[in-house]
Design a protein around this ligand. Structure first.
Ligand SMILES: [Zn+2]
Length: 184
């Protein structure tokens, strides 16, 4: 950040009085511009024994497969954001969503929230963000072509939990560099 979004003048980095870390502070109007992690909400859409994945047609990770997920909008709950992303990216409406995973990635200031949910019908399709949308059985999941570590982690947990039917909510911190569990 170089300029104040309130008055347009220059900002500097300094520790405001009573604070304990550097912030962008406007030299003119003295507004402190706090920067905080972003929340990304997504869905793990299930149909029968298959999982819905989207092939990204945008950067980052163009051409790689992902679960529908995206940045929360202001005024939106994490669940509403997850369901919206599922419609926007996969043209899929899901039912019975349940909180499934919270993944922290402090190195890049992101928090992911995933919901398990079900497709009532196998209705979905490509979008401006996904060149392909498809259902995958466990044996067909493209582990080496997944877009992000959180996608692999969510799928890995889900497939293990499915063997017991016990889908406890997961909470993990993603380590970077990422060491894949499926593609060592
Ligand atoms: Zn200012």
């Amino acid at each position: 950040m170089n300029f104040c979004s309130d008055c347009g003048n220059a900002v500097i980095k300094k520790i405001p009085e009573g604070d304990n870390r550097e912030r962008h502070v406007c030299v003119t109007c003295e507004v402190i511009h706090y920067q905080n992690p972003k929340v990304i909400a997504g869905v793990l859409p299930i149909y029968g024994d298959q999982i819905l994945l989207c092939k990204r047609s945008i950067e980052p990770r163009h051409g790689f497969w992902t679960l529908p997920a995206g940045f929360l909008e202001n005024g939106e709950s994490s669940l509403d954001g997850a369901l919206r992303e599922c419609v926007e990216e996969a043209n899929a409406h899901v039912v019975n969503p349940e909180l499934y995973a919270l993944f922290d990635i402090p190195q890049i200031n992101q928090v992911y929230v995933f919901y398990r949910a079900h497709l009532a019908e196998p209705v979905f399709g490509p979008s401006s963000e996904s060149s392909e949308v498809a259902l995958f059985s466990e044996a067909d999941i493209p582990w080496s072509e997944l877009a992000f570590p959180v996608v692999e982690l969510a799928l890995d947990h889900f497939l293990k939990d499915r063997q017991t039917g016990d889908f406890l909510v997961k909470h993990e911190q993603i380590q970077r560099p990422w060491r894949s569990r499926r593609n060592p």
